[in-house]
Design a protein around this ligand. Structure first.
Ligand SMILES: [Fe+2]
Length: 226
């Protein structure tokens, strides 16, 4: 009788053990994406208490968080953002994945596009390419600001290399020009990027970017890399 009871108890423990093991899962894998501390650049608020860096970290961090949610358990978690963007750009069912990956990538590219004591007229190969493509740096500056002014709603304004020529173009919301153009520099033209410091004056914000922030060394690196 006692032996039967012990045997039954052992079976019960075994069953509980097996059930608990079946419920064990390996830790959820998340995407290996750089920490938002990337945004330690020079763009600091002039007047507003809410800093630009916090705004960007909020947006960036939110995109990373959403991206981790929508890619959980998929092969995308193994890929860099640029690859995810290429794979999902034209697939309607993957629109969410593309949106968050593109937003995160563009913010990272924007932070790299700014530098302390940046801006003003570049030199070297970037200036040469600008002069070949636009006629002069002043003409490029004018075109860039015109594209900023013409952008409707939120988006990004890019300096790109396309078919050997530099161009300025804008994209709406989350879109980025990756098919035929090679981005060299970008301005975040979403409202959250300038509202605190420049209120609704996006033009003044773009002038500030060109005159004091543009990281021409980063643009040159992109221009001269394969
Ligand atoms: Fe932004």
């Amino acid at each position: 009788m006692i032996r039967t009871f012990k045997f039954g108890l052992s079976l019960l423990f075994l069953a509980v053990f097996l059930i608990s093991m079946s419920g064990c899962q390996s830790p959820e894998k998340e995407m290996d994406i750089p920490h938002p501390s990337l945004n330690q650049g020079p763009f600091r608020p002039k007047t507003a208490p809410a800093s630009e860096s916090v705004r960007h970290q909020s947006h960036y961090t939110e995109s990373i968080s959403q991206l981790n949610k929508v890619t959980q358990g998929t092969p995308y978690v193994e890929l860099p953002l640029a690859e995810i963007i290429k794979l999902t750009k034209d697939t309607e069912s993957e629109r969410e994945v593309y949106k968050y990956a593109a937003d995160a990538w563009s913010h990272e590219f924007f932070w790299k596009s700014t530098a302390e004591n940046g801006g003003g007229k570049p030199s070297g190969e970037v200036l040469e390419s600008i002069e070949n493509s636009f006629g002069s740096y002043e003409q490029f500056r004018s075109v860039f600001l015109e594209i900023v002014d013409r952008l409707e709603g939120s988006g990004w304004v890019w300096l790109v290399l396309e078919n050997g020529v530099l161009k300025v173009l804008s994209t709406s919301n989350y879109d980025i020009p990756v098919e035929t153009a090679k981005p060299l520099l970008v301005l975040d033209a979403w409202e959250h990027a300038y509202l605190a410091e420049f209120e609704n004056n996006r033009h003044a914000y773009a002038e500030h970017f060109l005159d004091h922030l543009a990281n021409w060394k980063f643009a040159e690196k992109n221009l001269t890399s394969l």
